[in-house]
Design a binder for this molecule. Structure first.
Ligand SMILES: [Zn+2]
Length: 502
């Protein structure tokens, strides 16, 4: 009997069979051999990888996850206008010079198409667009163009991101997201100086409880919109309803120091109080002059707040840089400081690792402390031009640093999680068991609450209660841990996936 027929037979008998244990099963070996046989055929690989259960997407940005077409649709419904030179969305009136209404744009194909290109990096790798505009500039300039539509439709945007996760068989989404409330808190503290963090925190602290309540109320609203969009709780819920969502409150690193600190303070306070926020992140272009100037200050701010909110976990964008993008001295310490000063549990991108001072020791430390790196292959290829053999994925893996695959901004880069896995095979040479490890690590290193199903490393021994996945003790363990629940179901889904006839 294959795993699938065993599973079905057991279901009919009212019991569930033992799931695949961690030793390579026959089905696993057969699946690995099948993937090897199609590895040179992207269309076949796409079919195979689309169906593969993928665990968590731990690096995915709210807003960046959405497609230009949705932004144009919302802009039209809201009566927003498009600037004809910059393709930025702006508030009405639209009859001023240099503006056209977003409504009806689909009947003007050249402009509609140009707007999509301005809201995304469509076709960049194929050479579409102005060759004089670098990937990083094309990418980072999209956000201010579409943000007026995003900010009016956050709940719907999150719902679409979750639906896309479901389509890619991603069962857990840890979305980097911010809040409009951060700007309000920042405006109240004013100024730009942040030399005395104690004094600054003393001013911001009293504002935080009310600000956190506002963030929570906003996300209650988004949750309700997502549930409505998915029909969750109704008779015909969409697969999106079964994707677990959590957030990393994400501060932007390109604004004056006081504003960065205000965002971070709200981020920590929210993550401390609202269980949907499982950690804190910092993002926006790392090569931006302000981000470069203040990098060490930002790490000190995060360390300051981490000391006051020790339970809050950190996944930090660090090392999203390449040779020549910034002076070489700025390639030497960002990942190191994110790990050793700020106390990051995970690193986003980590592309410039081989330019870090004593990179070998840093890699060793990351391997020892299990600091996972979130790898975003399409994003790195477009923004930094780093791909193929130039990408440090293999270096991390050889050093024993855990890695996960993630999408970064799948709407802007017009990719998806399945495509990231496909690139990992076609460009990075990963095999089935490598992908399976990454799938499991995508939940093991998630900040989702509760203990892991794995005692130590994902794919090794499971916790004592789950020596048998069907034992009552394991059921109780899984029922008490949202993370273990996702992992238990992932193991079931992998068993079913590997049991398919090929
Ligand atoms: Zn990112």
């Amino acid at each position: 009997m294959t795993g699938l027929t065993r599973w079905i037979a057991a279901l009919l008998l009212g019991a569930t069979p033992a799931l695949a244990d961690t030793a390579p099963s026959t089905d696993e070996a057969r699946t690995a051999a099948y993937m090897d046989s199609i590895a040179a055929s992207p269309p076949r690989l796409r079919l195979f990888l689309q169906a593969m259960p993928k665990g968590g997407d731990l690096h995915n940005h709210a807003g960046g996850a959405n497609f230009a077409e949705d932004y144009l649709r919302w802009a039209a419904a809201d009566g927003l206008c498009l600037m004809t030179d910059s393709y930025r969305l702006v508030d009405p009136p639209c009859d001023a010079p240099g503006r056209i209404p977003a409504a009806g744009l689909e009947r003007d194909y050249p402009r509609y198409s140009a707007a999509i290109d301005a809201f995304s990096t469509r076709g960049f790798e194929a050479g579409t667009g102005d060759p004089a505009v670098a990937g990083y500039d094309r990418f980072f300039s999209t956000f201010e163009r579409f943000s007026p539509a995003y900010s009016r439709h956050v709940g719907e945007a999150l719902a679409l991101a979750r639906a896309q996760a479901a389509a890619d068989h991603v069962s857990y989404l840890e979305l980097s997201s911010g809040s409009r409330v951060a700007a309000t808190v920042a405006a109240k503290v004013g100024g730009s100086d942040a030399a005395d963090l104690d004094a600054l925190y003393a001013r911001i602290g009293p504002l935080l409880p009310d600000a956190v309540r506002q963030v929570t109320a906003d996300y209650d609203g988004y949750d309700a919109e997502m549930a409505k969009a998915g029909g969750c709780g109704g008779p015909n819920p969409t697969p999106a309803c079964d994707v677990t969502m959590r957030y990393l409150f994400t501060a932007l690193r390109t604004v004056p120091p006081r504003q960065v600190f205000a965002q971070l303070a709200l981020a920590f306070a929210t993550a401390d109080r609202d269980p949907r926020f499982v950690g804190v992140n910092i993002a926006a272009p790392e090569h931006d002059p302000v981000a470069i100037r203040d990098y060490r200050l930002h790490m000190a701010m995060i360390a300051f707040l981490k000391a006051r909110y020790p339970r809050v976990k950190l996944s930090l964008h660090a090392g999203e840089l390449s040779l020549g993008l910034v002076p070489s001295r700025d390639l030497a310490f960002h990942i190191y400081d994110a790990v050793t000063v700020a106390g990051a549990s995970r690193i986003g991108h980590g592309i410039d690792i081989s330019y870090e001072t004593d990179a070998a020791a840093l890699l060793q430390r990351m391997a020892r402390d299990r600091i996972a790196v979130e790898i975003n292959l399409t994003s790195n290829a477009v923004i930094l031009g780093v791909k193929g053999a130039a990408h440090p994925l293999a270096l991390y893996r050889e050093a024993g640093v855990p890695v996960v695959l993630s999408t970064d901004d799948e709407g802007v880069s017009r990719s998806d999680m399945t495509n990231e896995y496909l690139r990992a095979v076609t460009e990075q040479g990963l095999r089935y068991r490598d992908l399976k490890q990454i799938v499991r690590d995508g939940l093991h290193y998630a900040f989702l609450e509760g203990p892991s199903l794995w005692r130590d490393r994902a794919g090794g021994a499971m916790v004592a209660a789950c020596a048998s996945l069907e034992a009552p003790a394991c059921k109780a363990f899984v029922a008490a841990s949202p993370k273990a629940e996702r992992q238990w179901r992932l193991e079931r889904d992998l068993t079913l996936f590997e049991a398919r006839p090929r």
